[in-house]
Structures are given as structure tokens and as C-alpha cells.
Design a protein around this ligand. Structure first.
Ligand code: PMP
Length: 307
């Protein structure tokens, strides 16, 4: 199926991919108010499973509510709409939920209170033009010159388009300087997260990652924490001091599109060889088994059937 044949669910209708557009003066485009969530889909047509399906839908609904948007849809109706969209688009690898104000507006507020909801189910080819993302080398992370937006300004739990502008600017600069992505520090100089990934460092025998008052509740982050607990790896959820970036024996990012991405370099510091190190390999490989349906304990909990 090519993108030309795909359909996107918009407010109950399946609309052709090319016709799923909004007006240039729409409030969400002009003010960045679109709220979204992205999840990964696996399996043959008719047997699709989504990693953390309910967790993603609940995070989307929480983002929507924090952004002051009121939807007519609840969790069950969004799950049903996702199933309909995936079945209409066999072979889907990714699903994106969006809530947005499509109507034109010059004011900071939309003219209609009720947002539109769209559900797109696609292959990576539809977005990137190639079947699989190219082989990923361990990440080189630049420390962003700008700081993570503090939660007193914007909750880190709101996945709103406008919340990503600083990350986009910082990542663009990092790519020009030969890095792959960025690491945001918070206003106190502690380590927060990457542009669109959670950050973990290995400190002694355990893991360290920022707490949820400072960073997004990544669904992959949650799965990796559950795996670490099951493996008996201690985990401390408290924003790492910047000095840990100099002393950590390993570091990695987690996220929907990258699973576990080992980190090779942070700013000028190269992490000790080999990269990935033993803790990263253990967590990465166990997560891969969970996703492949080969983990009797955690696969049934995380690989949730699409209706
Ligand atoms: N942090 C931010 C800021 C993100 O945008 C994302 C991507 N949703 C993540 C972390 C990783 O979250 P997840 O594991 O749910 O993809």
C-alpha cells in the first residue's frame, strides 16, 4: 500500500492521505496548539499489536485535557477508531493521534471550541521515503544551549506542537555541528531529556533518570524501568547532576521510534568503550524480546492487540 492509497481517520471519517490537510490560517498551525501522541505498531494484518497502546491513548487524553481541549471521544472510542484506521491501512508501523483546531482564527483562541481528532496509521516509507530507518550508530549528543522549559511554564506531560520549537532549533544546530541529537539541562543545570527521547545514565550498578515533574512520562521509559526492576537493576528517578555526564559508565536514550539508543558521546566527552555497555545491552535486548512477543512476563503486558 502506498501513501496515495492510505486513509486518515478524521472525526469519524476515513479521508484520503492527500486530502488530510488544514487551512494555512488554522488556529493550530498559527499558534502551535496541536496535541499529539505517536506509537509503534507490529504484526501481520489482522494481528496487529501496539506497544503500550492504552498507555499512549491515556497520555494523549491527558495532554488534550491539560491543553484545555474538550473531546467527545473517550478511551474506548479512541481505541475503536485506532482499530478501524489500522485495519483500513494494512502493514502500518506507526500510529499518530492528533487533536487540533482546524478552523481559521486571528485571535490566540480558536473560534470553535471543539477540536478535530485525526488518527494516521502509516509505514515509515510514507514519511521517510525508505522502508526502514538507516542503521543507527550510537548517539552523539550535544548539550543544548537553551534549557528545558520549566514545568512552571509548560507541563512536560503536554505533548503540544508549540512545546517542541526549542528542541527543533537546538537539534538543528547540533546536527550542523556533527551531533545526532541534543540533551536538555533544566534551569537548575540538571539533566532532563533529549529532543524526543528519555535519557538514562548508568551510575555505579544502577540507572539514573529524571523524575516526572521534569520530563515527559515516556512510555518506553516506563517499560525500561519495569524491565530494570524485573532484572534487579536499581533505578533512581531524580534528575542527574551535570557531573554525572562526566562520570557515567554508560548512557542511553529511550523512545517509541528508537527503543533503546546507546549513547557514545555527550558534548566533548566520549563514553567508555565498549558502546553499548553491558547494562545498555541487557535492557535493549530484553526490550527487543518484549516487542518480539518472546518475553512471557512482559510481552503480554506491553504488546496490546489492536481491537
Ligand atoms: N521525551 C519527549 C520530550 C518526547 O517527545 C518523547 C516522545 N514521545 C519521549 C521523551 C519518549 O517517549 P516515548 O517513549 O513515549 O516515545
Amino acid at each position: 500500500m502506498s501513501s496515495a492509497e492510505r486513509t486518515i481517520w478524521i472525526d469519524g471519517q476515513l479521508v484520503a492521505w492527500q486530502e488530510a490537510t488544514v487551512h494555512v490560517l488554522s488556529q493550530s498551525l498559527q499558534r502551535g496548539s496541536l496535541v499529539f501522541d505517536v506509537m509503534a505498531c507490529y504484526g501481520e494484518p489482522g494481528q496487529e499489536r501496539v506497544f503500550g497502546l492504552v498507555e499512549h491513548v491515556d497520555r494523549f487524553l491527558a495532554s488534550v485535557a491539560s491543553n484545555g481541549m474538550e473531546l467527545e471521544l473517550d478511551r474506548a472510542s479512541i481505541l475503536a477508531a485506532i482499530a478501524k484506521t489500522v485495519h483500513a491501512n494494512p502493514g502500518s508501523e506507526g500510529i499518530k493521534l492528533s487533536a487540533y483546531h482546524a478552523g481559521v482564527s486571528l485571535d490566540v483562541l480558536p473560534r470553535q471550541a471543539r477540536p478535530c481528532v485525526a488518527i494516521a496509521a502509516f509505514r515509515f516509507r510514507d514519511i521517510y521515503g525508505v522502508d526502514a530507518p538507516p542503521e543507527r550508530q550510537p548517539a552523539r549528543l550535544a548539550i543544548a544551549a537553551t534549557r528545558k522549559t520549566p514545568s512552571s511554564v509548560l507541563s512536560p506531560q503536554v505533548k503540544i506542537a508549540a512545546g517542541y520549537t526549542a528542541a527543533a532549533v537546538a537539534k538543528q544546530r547540533a546536527l550542523r555541528e556533527g551531533f545526532d541529537d541534543i540533551l536538555f539541562l533544566d534551569l537548575e543545570g540538571r539533566v532532563a531529556e533529549s529532543s524526543t527521547q528519555s535519557f538514562f545514565a548508568v551510575e555505579g550498578q544502577g540507572l539514573r533518570t529524571a523524575s516526572l515533574d521534569r520530563v515527559l512520562a515516556g512510555i518506553t521509559r516506563r517499560a525500561v524501568i519495569e524491565i530494570a526492576e524485573d532484572e534487579g537493576i536499581p533505578i533512581r528517578q531524580e534528575a542527574p547532576p551535570q557531573s554525572l555526564l562526566e562520570s557515567a559508565s554508560e548512557a542511553f536514550l529511550t523512545g517509541t521510534t528508537i527503543d533503546v539508543w546507546p549513547v557514545a558521546r555527550i558534548g566533548e566527552r566520549k563514553l567508555p568503550q565498549p558502546v553499548p555497555g553491558p547494562v545498555t545491552i541487557r535492557l535493549r535486548d530484553r526490550l527487543a524480546r518484549v516487542i518480539a512477543g518472546e518475553d512471557p512476563r512482559l510481552s503480554p503486558r506491553w504488546m496490546q492487540p489492536v481491537g
